[in-house]
Design a binder for this molecule. Structure first.
Ligand SMILES: *Cc1c(COP(=O)(O)O)cnc(C)c1O
Length: 367
């Protein structure tokens, strides 16, 4: 059995040491010392300012939407995990879907610009698989139309464009620290703001709207705080992050070497680093993809059409006229993500690849 994903578990003693500080101080939540330590460590590691830890990645998105008071609709990609769009809809902000680029699989700036209308308050692009969007093009659209620009950077932990963190673009970027992600706190997330005043506003909002300095309530809020016990996991894991990234990248490169002759892959931004959070392969047809999925499953190998369905097709969930996004709908049917996690071995990568390659030969015979 080779699962699609396994959460990374840090050394239990090290985790225990962080937990011990919480037991000693008897501080369990409310912006305690471990959350503050994690915030500082992440800001330094990621090379960003104004990082606010929160309870999960979906809260991070909603907090960013609330901080910038989004209304009406937000132009976003149909090719993402459901949370990008359902978090908008939950706040009565209509996800206004525009199609993706053929090569990068990220929201297409031209199509996004064309989708902007009088009700649009923001763009919410996603760095899909950690591959940076065309951030310069989105910056130009923001300057021209004055919409807010919020990146769902849930996949983009540690990604840089040249020397600059991808998280430093736009008005805000959000991260997910869910157990299935590259870096995690069991459950958790963060918003990285561009401006200090937005960070301060959001910090009040996640504490019921109460200002930490004077206890004043300046607007409605919610409880979005990360706990000390979750921060402990993050701190323990952050000690291993360079190893995690190195190992994942090794496995990613090995997959690529073995599968290059047979498959295509999303085109990576030429200036970007790589974090190997997923290993996506593109098939020639939906039928090939389906055959591969079933053959892998029979061998006990997990894979997933990530991302499927194309979110614009969920018209019941995202009430509104259906829009057609043919590029996204196509990839939703002919792309699989393969097993990729720290403990995966080279032998297992070889097994996945040979099963995959054989599945295509099987299909030929069936014709
Ligand atoms: C994981 C993920 C989220 C949601 O994060 P949670 O921490 O699970 O709430 C949002 N957007 C994308 C693209 C994700 O992959």
């Amino acid at each position: 059995m080779i699962p699609l994903n396994k959460p990374y578990l840090p050394d239990q003693n090290r985790y225990q040491q962080y937990l011990q500080t919480a037991f000693d101080s008897q501080r369990l939540t409310n912006d305690g010392p471990l959350v503050q330590q994690l915030k500082a460590a992440l800001e330094q590691y990621l090379g960003v300012k104004y990082l606010l830890p929160v309870v999960n990645g979906t809260m991070a998105l909603q907090l960013a939407y609330k901080t910038f008071n989004l209304k009406g609709n937000a132009v976003t990609t149909p090719y993402s995990f459901i949370a990008t769009s359902s978090s908008l809809q939950w706040l009565n902000i209509h996800p206004n879907f525009a199609d993706i680029e053929t090569k990068s699989l990220n929201l297409c700036p031209d199509k996004a610009l064309a989708a902007i209308n009088r009700e649009t308050s923001a763009l919410v692009p996603v760095h899909v698989y950690g591959n940076p969007c065309d951030v310069e093009a989105f910056e130009r659209i923001k300057a021209k139309t004055k919409v807010k620009l919020i990146y769902d950077a849930s996949h983009a932990f540690g990604i840089k464009l040249g020397e600059r963190s991808i998280l430093s673009y736009g008005d805000a970027s959000t991260l997910s620290f869910h157990a299935t992600k590259l870096f995690h706190c069991v459950e958790g997330g963060a918003v990285i703001f561009n401006k200090e005043k937005d960070y301060r506003r959001a910090a009040r909002m996640i504490n019921f709207g109460i200002a930490p300095e004077n206890g004043h309530i300046s607007g409605p809020g919610i409880n979005g705080k990360m706990s000390e016990l979750h921060a402990a996991m993050g701190l323990a894991l952050l000690g291993d992050i360079d190893n995690i990234l190195a190992r994942r990248n090794q496995l990613f490169d090995y997959y690529k070497t073995l599968l290059c002759p047979y498959f295509e892959f999303p085109l990576w931004h030429h200036e970007a680093s790589q974090n190997a959070i997923y290993f996506p392969v593109i098939f020639k047809s939906a039928a090939d993809c389906n055959q591969a999925f079933l053959t892998l499953k029979k061998q006990g190998i997990g894979s997933r059409r990530y991302f499927s369905p194309s979110l614009n097709t969920l018209t019941d969930t995202f009430s509104g006229q259906s829009v057609s996004c043919p590029v996204s709908e196509g990839y939703a049917q002919r792309l699989l993500c393969l097993p990729l996690y720290f403990d995966l071995t080279e032998e297992e990568v070889e097994e996945v690849c040979s099963t995959l390659i054989n599945s295509l030969a099987l299909k030929q015979e069936n014709r």
